[in-house]
Design a binder for this molecule. Structure first.
Ligand code: KG4
Ligand code: ZN
Length: 345
């Protein structure tokens, strides 16, 4: 069994097949990242207006073995070099997780190396450590994707406290559903953001959900309903769609700003890390930067390709947890899994 060497990470929790090789003892690579590859299923799911779980699992199964073979060939590594297999064990679509887990378990048996289950959200919130301007611990992480909206107090790798989370729709989900109401394609976030650029922010004002209550939880389903109601009132006047998109974006950004400000005050942290697909939103980035400048903290993002789902964050988190492998090769696949249930590293 190889004791040192890169960890091969596998991500299949939703609609991206991601793989990577990470070795924290190697400083000659890109922060220890030796190789990575990503295949997005978005085009396949777009036809259905959202992710179809069964199709996601099948496509991961089709792509994963070939992608691993090709990545190893391209970076000149062989099975002998790999020290462990890390895979996303949740939270996510169980069928899709099972594919990544089964491939990881099979390779770990064939190559006689340990098998490491990784929490998808831990992958996201530690991905910023791959950047040159990584913040020091502790920091607050805002995770905003199609499946999650979380504010996390990150004391150290493995030590997490959930400060707030969504009680219903995730913020990315709200973007996608609102975009659908406005007749835009999937995924709706980027399309809605583009339409909002031409909208007038003064015409329509939507509610800022849950900002008048204390605490750090979110709720975005009412905002989507407010868009629907406004759309019904306006009739199908397409000229108003851009204004409505802008009003929606303004409401989301201000809500996130308010909750981020509260969490920075509550924890006294000096840095905010933002990860997840919605972190690509330019108006959100500008809004959080404005907040940071005003309140004297810094904001950090993983580079765009490691902000959305990817294998690099799983290989990296797997490497950090390389001393905590599974005791059997039974695949773990959890639809739900709290960050607070993780062991300290
Ligand atoms: O992290 P991610 O790629 O996948 C997971 O959900 O795990 O996030 C995808 C989400 C989608 O809901 C998409 O609409 C949203 O991120 N998104 C955006 C933007 N780019 C992606 N939302 C708002 N503005 C954007 N520019
Ligand atoms: Zn994700």
């Amino acid at each position: 069994m190889t004791q040192t060497g890169p960890v091969l990470g596998i991500e299949t929790s939703c609609d991206e097949t991601g793989i990577a090789l990470f070795d924290g003892d190697r400083v000659d690579g890109d922060s220890g990242l030796l190789a990575h590859a990503l295949y997005s299923q978005i085009d396949m799911h777009a036809e259905y207006g959202g992710v179809v779980p069964e199709l996601a699992s099948r496509d991961h199964m089709r792509k994963l073995p070939l992608m691993i073979e090709q990545m190893l060939k391209e970076c000149g590594q062989t099975a002998d070099h790999i020290s462990a297999l890390a895979y996303t064990a949740g939270p996510g679509l169980v069928g899709a997780l099972m594919v990544g887990g089964a491939v990881a378990a099979g390779l770990s048996a064939a190559w006689d190396v340990p098998l490491i289950p990784v929490h998808h959200m831990e992958g996201h919130l530690l991905a910023v450590m791959l950047e040159d301007d990584a913040p020091v611990f502790p920091f607050v992480a805002l995770l905003v994707s199609g499946g999650h909206t979380l504010l996390v107090d990150v004391q150290a790798p493995g030590r997490y406290k959930i400060l707030g989370q969504t009680l219903d729709d995730a913020v990315g989900e709200a973007f996608d559903k609102t975009a659908k109401l406005l007749g835009l394609g999937y995924p709706g976030g980027p399309a809605l953001a583009k339409l909002a650029q031409t909208g007038n922010p003064e015409t329509i004002r939507l509610p800022r959900p849950m900002v008048n209550r204390p605490g750090l939880d979110f709720s975005f389903s009412g905002l989507k309903t407010a868009v629907y109601t406004t759309l019904m009132e306006l009739g199908n006047d397409e000229a108003c769609h851009a204004d409505l998109a802008r009003a929606f974006e303004e409401a989301v950004v201000e809500t996130l700003q308010i909750k981020c400000r509260r969490s920075m005050e509550q924890t006294g942290a000096g840095a905010l890390v933002v990860a997840g697909g919605v972190g690509a939103n330019q108006r959100l980035r500008a809004g959080l930067q404005e907040l940071a400048d005003k309140h004297g903290f810094t904001v950090h993002y993983p580079r765009p390709e490691y902000c959305t789902d990817n294998g690099a964050m799983i290989a990296h988190a797997g490497w950090l947890r390389r001393h905590q492998p599974q005791t059997s090769r039974s695949v773990i696949a959890k639809a739900r899994w709290s960050l607070e249930d993780l062991e300290a590293i």
